[in-house]
Design a protein around this ligand. Structure first.
Ligand SMILES: [Zn+2]
Length: 153
């Protein structure tokens, strides 16, 4: 671990540090976890220098821990992000990011003719990863879309 990362981790007492988020994705992650409405102290670093990514985003949230289910959602946005759970200034747990097989009720189908826009059903996509590109296939209209064009509900 580099000295810089070490300092970033040390800066919070209890909570979660999500590091190595691709630049410009940090704000999406913030919204995904509703952290922008949190009353906890949230520290956001955007476009930080990163040797691996060129530029990266970083989020630190105090007194908030993300579940395995949230980690799966995060994997859709930032498959290579690192998630450290901090307790009393020490990393007590590193969450493994694994892609979910299915995402339900997170995204809106990009096909405007899809039945999900007119019926009271939860959107549902199967997750397909090929050559580092993540695509989502709608359960209802069976069209697949790149994650980048999907918008959150
Ligand atoms: Zn659809």
């Amino acid at each position: 671990m580099s000295k810089q990362n070490h300092l970033q981790v040390e800066a919070i007492k209890n909570g979660t540090v999500i590091d190595h988020i691709p630049a410009h994705v940090g704000v999406k992650v913030l919204r995904l976890f509703n952290m922008h409405n949190s009353n906890e102290r949230v520290t956001i670093g955007l476009n930080l220098p990163s040797s691996a990514l060129g530029a990266k985003d970083l989020l630190k949230v105090e007194n908030t821990f993300i579940s395995q289910e949230q980690a799966q959602k995060l994997a859709l946005y930032a498959p290579k992000a690192t998630v450290n759970q901090i307790e009393n200034y020490a990393v007590v747990k590193k969450l493994e990011l694994t892609l979910p097989k299915q995402v339900v009720d997170v995204f809106r189908c990009a096909n405007s003719n899809c039945i999900t826009h007119n019926e009271p059903v939860s959107s549902s996509f199967s997750v397909i990863e090929k050559n580092d590109v993540i695509r989502l296939k709608c359960k209802y209209c069976e069209k697949s879309f790149s994650r980048d064009i999907m918008t959150e509900k």
